[in-house]
Design a protein around this ligand. Structure first.
Ligand code: TTP
Ligand code: MG
Ligand code: MG
Length: 356
C-alpha cells in the first residue's frame, strides 16, 4: 500500500488570536482570554494566551491571578465561547475544502487525510495553500504537521508554532522519533510519563527496547500495544469524519449595508437551507447562533437557546428575525450574515416541513 499523507492542523493561540484579530489595539501586547467557571466569585483560568504573554511564562490552565503576577501588563479578556465556536465552524469549513476525509478533534484542530489530493514532493505547496486559505478567509494563522499517520502529524504540528509547518517523510519517521523523550510521544500524558520514568524509560529509544509483553503487563492491553506501536511510528488508525455538532451557512450581502431590510433579504432562505441539512441527518436543535461579519471584517455573534429541541422552520425564522432586528438596532454595517444551529439531538416528531 502506498504511504498515506495525513495532516494535523491546529490554530495558533486560538481564542486569543480571535480577540487580537478583532481589536487592533491588542496586537503586539501580551493577551490572555480568561475562562470563568460560572460559580460566583470564582477566579478565572487562562484558556488561551498569545505568544507575547507566553514569554512571561503565562500558560493555558494557569489561574488568571497568577498570570497577572507573572505579567503585570497582561490584557485579560473574558471568554466569548459562543463566538469562538462560530469562528471554529467557519475555520473548519475552510479546512474541509482541502479534503472531505477530515476529522475535527477539538475546537481548533483537525486531521485531514490528503493521500489522494497531493504527493509528498508537492506537499509543501499544498500546505501553503491551506494556510493561505485560512489566513485569507479568516484572518487567522494556523500550524500544520504532516506525516504518514495521525501520531506523526500531531507531533509535527506543534514544532514550528506559530504560523509554521513541518513535514515528516515516511523515511524520516524513525529519526524524528529517536530524538524525543518518552513524554513527548503522542498519547503519553503526565501519569504515563511518570510510570515510564520509574521503569527507567526516559526516551522513545528506551521505550522501543521494551517488549510488547512488558508494556502490556505494565499498562494493559490497549495502552501497552499503543505505546509499543507508536514508539515505532506505526499507527494505522483512519481519519474518520464524526457526526456534525452544528449545521450552518453564511451568505454575503451584495454590498455592505446598515439597513435591516438588506440583511433580512440576504438572510432569507438560510433557515430553510440549514434545516434541510438537519432533516437529512434526522436531527433537531436547541440553540440558534446568528453570525454577522461587519464592514471592518470583525465578527459578531448572537445566540439564543430554545426551551426544548425543535426542527420547526417557523420557530427558527421567527426567532432569527427577532435576533436580526435586535442586532441591527445597534447601528451596525454588515457584509455577511450567517446562521448556525447546535445543541443537536434526535428529531422530536415525525413530521417537519421537510418530510414531503
Ligand atoms: P490549544 O490548541 O491547546 O492552544 P492554543 O490554540 O491557544 O495555542 P497553540 O498556539 O499552542 O495551539 O487550545 C485551543 C483553544 O482551546 C485555546 O485557544 C483555548 C481553549 N483551551 C482552554 O479553554 N483551556 C485550556 O486549558 C486549553 C489547553 C485550551
Ligand atoms: Mg491551538
Ligand atoms: Mg488545539
Amino acid at each position: 500500500m502506498a504511504d498515506r499523507i495525513v495532516l494535523h492542523v491546529d490554530m495558533d493561540y486560538f481564542f486569543a488570536q480571535i480577540e487580537e484579530r478583532e481589536d487592533r489595539a491588542l496586537s503586539g501586547i501580551p493577551v490572555a482570554v480568561c475562562i470563568f467557571s460560572g460559580r460566583e466569585n470564582s477566579l478565572g483560568a487562562v484558556g488561551a494566551c498569545n505568544y507575547e504573554a507566553r514569554r512571561y511564562g503565562v500558560k493555558s490552565g494557569m489561574a488568571c491571578s497568577i498570570a497577572k503576577k507573572k505579567c503585570p501588563e497582561l490584557r485579560m479578556i473574558a471568554a466569548r465561547k459562543d463566538h469562538y465556536l462560530a469562528v471554529s465552524e467557519s475555520v473548519m469549513e475552510t479546512i474541509r475544502g482541502f479534503s472531505e476525509q477530515m476529522e475535527q478533534v477539538s475546537v481548533d484542530e483537525a486531521y485531514l487525510d490528503v493521500s489522494g489530493k497531493t504527493t509528498y514532493p508537492a506537499l509543501e505547496g499544498y500546505i501553503g495553500s491551506l494556510k493561505r486559505a485560512v489566513l485569507e478567509s479568516q484572518r487567522l494563522t494556523c500550524s500544520v504537521g504532516a506525516g504518514p499517520n495521525k501520531i506523526i502529524a500531531k507531533m509535527a504540528s506543534s514544532i514550528n508554532k506559530p504560523d509554521g509547518h513541518m513535514i515528516v517523510l515516511p523515511s524520516e519517521v524513525e529519526g524524528f522519533l529517536s530524538g524525543k523523550s518518552a513524554s513527548e510521544l503522542f498519547g503519553v500524558g503526565e501519569k504515563t510519563a511518570e510510570r515510564l520514568d520509574a521503569m527507567g524509560v526516559k526516551t522513545v529509544i528506551d521505550l522501543r527496547r521494551m517488549s510488547r509483553e512488558e508494556l502490556v503487563n505494565a499498562f494493559g492491553n490497549a495502552k501497552g500495544a499503543m505505546l509499543y506501536w507508536s514508539s515505532r511510528g506505526i499507527d494505522d488508525s483512519p481519519v474518520s469524519p464524526r457526526k456534525k455538532e452544528q449545521y450552518g451557512r453564511l451568505r454575503s450581502l451584495p454590498r455592505e449595508s446598515p439597513l435591516l431590510a438588506d440583511v433580512k433579504l440576504a438572510f432569507s432562505g438560510l433557515p430553510e437551507d440549514v434545516l434541510r441539512l438537519l432533516a437529512r441527518d434526522g436531527r433537531s436543535f436547541r440553540k440558534i447562533t446568528l453570525i454577522f461579519v461587519l464592514n471592518d471584517m470583525t465578527m459578531r455573534t448572537k445566540t439564543r437557546t430554545m426551551a426544548s429541541p425543535t426542527s420547526d422552520v417557523n420557530t427558527l425564522k421567527k426567532t432569527s428575525d427577532d435576533m436580526i432586528s435586535e442586532f441591527m438596532s445597534e447601528g451596525r454595517i454588515v457584509r455577511r450574515v450567517g446562521l448556525s444551529v447546535s445543541g443537536l439531538s434526535a428529531p422530536t416528531g415525525q413530521r417537519t416541513l421537510f418530510d414531503f
